[in-house]
Design a protein around this ligand. Structure first.
Ligand code: NAP
Length: 284
């Protein structure tokens, strides 16, 4: 069966690899970028380019989606992939920067979800894949802003999935660990991290930011394998024949990290069980 994909941020990294894998499978791909010339590589392989800016208003995005359905509908798989990671010490990141991170990583996917769902409900099918991150877990420093956007996407996905399952639609989240993509180079070029004020008290913690940047090129995740896993999932092959997960961890790092974080949380919850129960009304 041939699927039609709508992939945001298909110009680079995970989105690019996914688009290429889907095209190689014989699927149809509509790939987005803020600058359509960046989509040349997938266009040469048969993709349909679409200029799409996550900061556009819901009205603009709805009208783009309406055009997509008129020209290419029905759409089988929507991937909310476009995004970047605002890494740094919370106190040192100014408010407009935080707002932009939420705009791109949370509000844009919300606009895409609200734009697509009416069409998917009327076609009574569809799979929406939101790209989360391992950064949504745990208490690591320097990832509070980025990680919180991905935690928001995870919660949203799970709740919306429960609301739309009965219409033949699934909304799931995939959680990559570190993958070897140009993400750091790309957002450095956009001017992120430039002119950031520094607070001396955080000099030691800030070293983690440099460590993060120096390690990303040796990240364990392979974008092509990310593409293969998602294409397999969308085509309901092998492990996905019977069912697909609400949340799919990608990469051994994510698997181990989630295991550790969940175990610690459970242990802590149990440790304070008496206090937890003590806040209920005694007549309960
Ligand atoms: N790489 C990792 O280690 C990793 C791990 C976990 C999660 N993720 C998530 O995976 C997704 C893809 O990341 P990647 O590693 O593939 O990064 P990438 O190579 O930098 O690609 C990011 C894509 O998102 C789009 N994008 C970037 N900033 C944008 C903005 N301000 N507004 C709209 N679109 C923007 C870009 O499109 P244009 O610039 O062409 O518009 C580009 O196609 C992101 O959501 C990221 O948070 C990545």
């Amino acid at each position: 069966m041939t699927l039609t994909w709508f992939i945001t941020g298909a110009s680079s990294g995970l989105g690019l690899a996914l688009a290429k894998t889907a095209l190689a499978k014989g699927d149809k791909v509509i790939g987005t970028s803020r600058e359509s010339s960046r989509l040349a590589e997938i266009v040469s392989q048969g993709a349909i380019p679409l200029t799409f800016n996550s900061s556009d208003s819901p009205q603009v995005i709805n009208s783009i989606i309406s055009d997509v359905f008129k020209k290419h509908g029905p759409i089988d798989v929507v991937v909310n992939n476009a995004g970047y990671g605002e890494i740094g010490i919370f106190e040192e990141i100014d408010y407009p920067t935080i707002e932009n991170q939420y705009q791109v990583n949370v509000f844009a996917p919300i606009k895409v979800l609200q734009g697509f769902l009416p069409y998917l409900r009327s076609q009574k099918s569809g799979l929406i894949i939101n790209v989360g991150s391992v950064a949504a877990f745990g208490s690591d420093p320097i990832s509070g802003i980025y990680g919180s956007t991905k935690a928001a996407i995870k919660k949203l996905s799970a709740s919306i999935d429960s609301e739309v399952k009965e219409f033949g639609i699934r909304v799931i989240v995939v959680e990559p660990g570190p993958f070897r993509t140009p993400i750091v180079k790309n957002y450095s070029e956009q001017g992120v991290f430039k002119d950031r004020s520094t607070i001396k008290d955080y000099d030691e913690s800030r070293k983690m930011v440099d460590m993060f940047f120096s390690h990303i090129n040796q990240a364990s995740g392979d974008p092509n394998r990310f593409g293969k896993a998602l294409v397999k999932l969308a085509h309901r092959e092998e492990e996905f024949k019977e069912s697909i997960p609400c949340v799919l961890a990608l990469g051994e790092y994510t698997y181990e990290r989630k295991n550790g974080v969940f175990a610690d949380e459970l242990e802590e919850m149990k440790k304070y069980k008496n206090v937890t129960f003590s806040t209920d009304n005694p007549d309960m």
